[in-house]
Design a protein around this ligand. Structure first.
Ligand code: NAP
Length: 281
């Protein structure tokens, strides 16, 4: 490997240390930040992701409230459960673990999250704020990726960038954040013609596809920055790790984007609690 490592694990540890200090200050002032996690069904990977978030909350002193719901729940029951959390003054942030079972209207469930508690950045309000560059919560994985690039001094302005994937929680907001930072952004997806050629012309590649080792080393422009947001079974990302022989910067999997996602979630939870505390709640 010749690429320099975009060290998500180390950057997240530093960020979480700052979060822990802010949590201590809030607790001393009488407010305990609290994150509610909502899990629907018994998907093993989703359960693991929720547990990781709950563990990190405990590390920094954030309370968690786990709401685990059966996979047979209806959309209106889920909306009801999330609405209760939105109205609960002891809850500062709400995370609905994605994906939910196919029969659920995920958008309706996301929209039941009060915007001031949308610390995972999934509501229409958050997406609009992110896209327009006005204050609001960011989608955690894209927000964490920008933070990681900034921490390593990677200049985004004017950079020819491609985001492979356009999901509402990852690819789409990723491109919006890069655009806000004056990158020149191309989106690719399952209908893109000659994906390899588009990637080959890009100085920054963000892979958000959900297919192990999908992006090939031969597609990478020498000296490009490669961010692998994918996380697949067996600790495999969406980029063939041999791409690190061509790239200038590269995110490892694990230890790249994943820890930044969680650190961003916890930081935004503290921001929500600070705002609530400041408002006298
Ligand atoms: P998703 O909702 O399934 O979206 C996948 C995207 O990839 C879609 O936009 C799809 O295009 C595109 N795609 C699929 N096949 C393609 C192909 N052959 N060529 C080009 N594009 C293709 O997945 P997601 O939720 O965004 O997650 C993507 C990956 O990120 C997964 O590995 C997931 O585990 C990972 N992830 C990691 C974190 C983290 O914290 N590290 C957080 C969230 C997700 P269409 O729109 O045309 O269908």
């Amino acid at each position: 490997m010749t690429a320099r490592i975009l060290d998500g694990a180390g950057t997240a540890t530093a960020l979480l240390a700052e979060v822990a200090d802010r949590v201590s200050a809030l607790r001393a002032a009488g407010t305990t930040p609290r994150l509610a996690t909502v899990l629907v069904g018994d998907d093993g990977a989703s359960r693991t992701y929720v547990q990781m978030k709950v563990n990190r909350c405990a590390d920094v002193g954030i309370d968690s409230l786990r709401v685990d719901l059966g996979g047979g729940i209806t959309t209106s029951e889920l909306v009801g459960a999330i609405s209760e959390l939105s109205a609960d003054p002891t809850v500062h942030g709400i995370l609905l673990q994605h994906p939910v079972p196919g029969h659920i209207n995920e958008r309706a469930a996301f929209e039941a999250i009060a915007p001031e508690k949308d610390v995972d950045g999934v509501t229409l309000t958050s997406f609009a704020a992110m896209s327009l560059g006005v204050p609001g919560f960011q989608s955690c994985t894209p927000g964490g990726i920008v933070r990681l690039l900034d921490a390593h001094g990677v200049e985004l302005r004017g950079r020819n960038s491609v985001v492979v994937g356009r999901s509402p929680i990852l690819g789409l907001p990723m491109g919006m954040l890069l655009l806000r930072r004056d990158a020149t952004v191309t989106y690719c997806h399952s209908r893109t013609v000659d994906l390899a050629d588009v990637v080959r012309r890009s100085d920054l590649v963000v892979a958000a596809v959900g297919r192990p080792d999908f992006i090939q080393p031969a597609w990478i422009k020498p000296g490009a920055v490669v961010v692998d947001a994918g996380y697949n079974a067996g600790n495999r990302g969406d980029v063939d790790p041999a791409a690190a022989d061509v790239a200038d910067w590269f995110t490892p999997v694990p230890g790249g984007v994943g820890p930044m996602t969680i650190a961003t979630l916890l930081e935004q939870t503290v921001v929500a609690a600070e705002r609530c505390h400041g408002a006298g709640a």
